[in-house]
Design a protein around this ligand. Structure first.
Ligand code: PMP
Ligand code: GLU
Length: 379
């Protein structure tokens, strides 16, 4: 426990909130959380569920309606047949990841994680007894892992590859060809793959995210897809995520969950059914708003001296190289002190020399934050 790092994203958000509570005008662009309200029809479904007495334990793996809805939606979007038994609903995608690592990883197993990586991956893998093998990617390559790099990192202890596209923290989206090339290496080395697809519906410029199992025949047998409602439907506080995995593994995950946490909130599950099966125009609308913000943020950051960033194709993060000799932590501390803007240091994502800015905030707040960042940089 002493070796366990706290979540840097949540820690930074807590600091910004504490400053705001002291009356300081803070622009908090740290945590990745959509600023939109949860769609009204989803909230109404939750109210109805409460009134109908859906307030008791549910099956540990989730209510049948939600498992069915997630399976049907995934099949509709990807063409991959998925049974409800392959879906286990958890307390957010973070919990889903914990379940997967705990169920699959044996003591000492290596899990390949391209960096920059989302903060919780390495700690969750270590908690499960695994060894995260961090493979650095380069801004010049748009922070994408290359197949030859993956091949060279595989050892007899390698058990799993972890991918996240669209990526938190970089916003980068792999092309189907790039993912297919990584899939070939994973198949040849008989690796399991965890594909974190929590941002799969937040992709810009008319492109669509591809789900990893669609890339090669048989990939679904070795892939665990992690997703949820947090980002797509602006439902971070409801705590609903899930895994889509082969049935035997799903059963193991359900057993684990039944001992550790029982079911995720019954009310939230009913709300999630409404989100997944209801009208999807709210998603398109939020996606359009994020794209507009992406345009604003990418253009203004790129014009700042010494700032470099990759093509942001999805999610809601700008991950940029910072000018000057300071560590990313020092840079973020000073930015917070001087200009009251909260970002997250790249070191938390395994990429020193960079910082992450969330653009899940209003355009006015982003303009304000960007002006402060620019003033800080021009200092
Ligand atoms: N994976 C990634 C890449 C994320 O950005 C997040 C955001 N918190 C999660 C998983 C966890 O999502 P949740 O809030 O549903 O636990
Ligand atoms: N995924 C979000 C982020 O990266 C939420 C924070 C967290 O869950 O750690 O900011």
């Amino acid at each position: 426990m002493e070796a366990l790092e706290p979540s840097a994203t949540l820690a930074m958000a807590a600091r910004a909130q504490a400053m705001a509570a002291d009356g300081i005008d803070v622009v908090d662009l740290s945590v990745g959380e959509p600023d939109f309200p949860t769609p009204d029809h989803v909230c109404r479904a939750a109210e109805t569920a409460i009134r109908a007495g859906k307030t008791k334990y549910t099956p540990a793996a989730g209510i049948p309606d939600l498992r069915k809805a997630v399976a049907a939606d995934y099949t509709k979007r990807t063409g991959i047949p998925v049974t409800p038994q392959q879906v286990v609903v958890s307390n957010g995608a973070k919990h889903a990841l914990h379940n997967v690592f705990t169920a699959v990883i044996d003591e000492g197993d290596e899990v390949i994680v391209p960096t920059p990586y989302w903060v919780s991956y390495a700690e969750l893998i270590k908690l499960a007894g695994g060894r995260p093998v961090l493979l650095p990617t380069r801004l010049e390559d748009d922070f994408k892992l290359r197949p030859e790099q993956l091949r060279a990192a595989i050892t007899p202890a390698t058990r799993m590859l972890l991918l996240c596209s669209p990526s938190n923290p970089t916003g980068v989206v792999y092309s189907p060809e790039e993912l297919g090339a990584l899939a070939d290496v994973a198949i040849a080395a008989n690796l399991s793959v965890v594909s974190d697809e929590i941002y799969d519906q937040l992709v810009y410029d008319g492109r669509k995210a591809v789900s990893f199992p669609t890339l090669r025949p048989g990939l679904a047998d070795r892939t665990i897809v992690v997703a949820g409602v947090s980002k797509t439907y602006s439902m971070t506080g409801w705590r609903i995520g899930w895994t889509i995995a082969p049935e035997p593994l799903s059963k193991a995950i359900a057993n684990l969950q039944s001992q550790e946490t029982s079911n995720p909130s019954s009310v939230s599950q009913h709300a999630a059914v409404a989100a997944v099966t209801g009208p999807q125009d709210c998603v398109a609308e939020m996606c359009r708003a994020f794209q507009k913000r992406r345009d604003l943020v990418a253009a203004r950051l790129a014009a700042m001296p010494g700032v470099r960033l990759p093509q942001i194709g999805g999610a809601f993060y700008a991950f940029f190289a910072i000018p000057g000799p300071r560590t990313s932590m020092q840079w973020c501390e000073q930015l917070l002190e001087k200009e009251h803007v909260a970002l997250v240091p790249g070191s938390a994502f395994g990429a020193e020399g960079h910082v992450r800015m969330s653009f899940a905030a209003s355009e006015a707040k982003l303009e304000d934050g960007l002006s402060r960042i620019e003033r800080f940089i021009r200092g």
